[in-house]
Design a protein around this ligand. Sequence first.
Ligand SMILES: C[S@@+](CC[C@H](N)C(=O)[O-])C[C@H]1O[C@@H](n2cnc3c(N)ncnc32)[C@H](O)[C@@H]1O
Length: 267
Amino acid sequence: MASQSGTLYGIGVGPGDPDLITVKAVKILRQVSTVFAAGSTKNGYSLARDIVKEYVGETQIEKMSFPMTRDKKTLTEAWEGNARRALEVVEAGTDAAFVTLGDPLTYSTFSYLLRTVKRLAPHIRIVTVPGITSYQAAAAMSNMPIAEGEESVHLISGAKGGATLRKAIDSSENIVMLKTYKHFDDIYQTLEDLGLLDHCVLFSRLGLDGESVVQDLRSLKSKKMPYLSLLIVKRNGLVRAALGARAANLPARRVAPQSVYAENPRC
Ligand SMILES: C[S@@+](CC[C@H](N)C(=O)[O-])C[C@H]1O[C@@H](n2cnc3c(N)ncnc32)[C@H](O)[C@@H]1O
């Protein structure tokens, strides 16, 4: 019965710095009986768990694994398994929270959990708590507006390389590309082909060890990117011009520890 069931919260915990979590998220994390954190099936690591551990008190954080595969059957089984585990908690009448990096409805594992729980148990109350996205943190740390006046912004994924950028660039002054790590070579080549190498900044591991901001994209040619890397492209305004005098205040480029290249925290 709906009235006896608990609530499932989908909580965005921000991009890495534990201070970039909302007050609402912290209030909920202090109340729920169970916290689930997204992680990869490949390792025991969950960045979302690390971010919230200081806010949950005695509550155990249970890792929920999401496989890195395109195999539909494996994915569906994993989503259903995770949804059933969350349902065990909320159908027993207690509240649960699923924590995920950045915003829970922006390229996030929470959307799979949400969809599956809705299908399996439509009566369950689900509340989503928005989080600060990675690209908002990137814009803020560099004091660089994402869009101004009548400009538009295109949010794209680089998971399949630069092709999406080629399509988006004619329709938007500003492009934000997440998931740049796997096919960075292709993305780099696309930026070069389109004459955009001087129009972008690459941000990695914002708010985390090994954080870096790179304005000289040419220095990244043939380099591997950490999993947590994103690109902001400004088609019309040179980024250096947009950053202006503040560019000098950007943190110096720091090389991320080797481990972060292979790591995939799943979010
Ligand atoms: C699965 S998406 C998660 C997006 C997240 N839900 C958000 O709202 O930003 C993972 C991608 O987000 C970006 N990302 C997330 N956290 C980041 C961080 N701390 N620094 C740089 N990029 C980050 C990277 O592009 C990474 O490949």
